[in-house]
Ligand binder design. Sequence first.
Ligand SMILES: Cc1ncc(CN)c(N)n1
Length: 216
Amino acid sequence: MSERGFSEWLRQQCEPEWTAVVTHPFAMAITTGSAGDEEMRRYLEQDFQFVDSFTALLGAAVARADTFEARVPYGKFLGQVATTEEKTYFHRALAELGGRTDAEPEPVTAAFKQLMAEVRVAQDYVLIVAVLCVAEWCYLGWASRAEEPLPESFVHREWIELHEGAEFRAWVAFLRGELDRLGAGLDEERREEVLQVFRLAVELERDFFDMARAPA
Ligand SMILES: Cc1ncc(CN)c(N)n1
């Protein structure tokens, strides 16, 4: 395992897919504001379905965290997703784009929801953190590549802002810290198990951006 900790070791094992996610043409098109309305509508309709399962997974993290110190950041972020992202951004953005909140999940969305449901039902804390960490860390990865001035359109700009900034960086650092802390006590077999889940989540992130780019 890398001297730099379990989370960095996991990330390195997932190259070149990791870099493919954080530099994905669709993500880069969000950062420049050049992702078109149709693409953004398809992507956000699907992401709204993703966020539902993601919110449930945060609830599982609150329940299964092994320390009170860890439960608090999950609870705090859960409140933020449920209020800021779900209640305001998605509804405003989908209204602007003529999108729906009840779109049929695409195959990649269904696969991602299934992975999140599996680790949630298993109530396996380190696997729960692995999926949450991929989702948040790789979003920080692409969003932090955005250059000022950010796009004028709120659909692009606010989506970047939700995944960048001091608070979001601290949240990702917390998730990585949890993986580093837990990883130190895992044997080889368990580390491999976490890696498999981590890798699948990275692949799904890449496929999710591919889906957004695919012709309708
Ligand atoms: C597919 C996906 N992955 C991650 C995130 C970041 N919360 C998201 N909104 N959507």
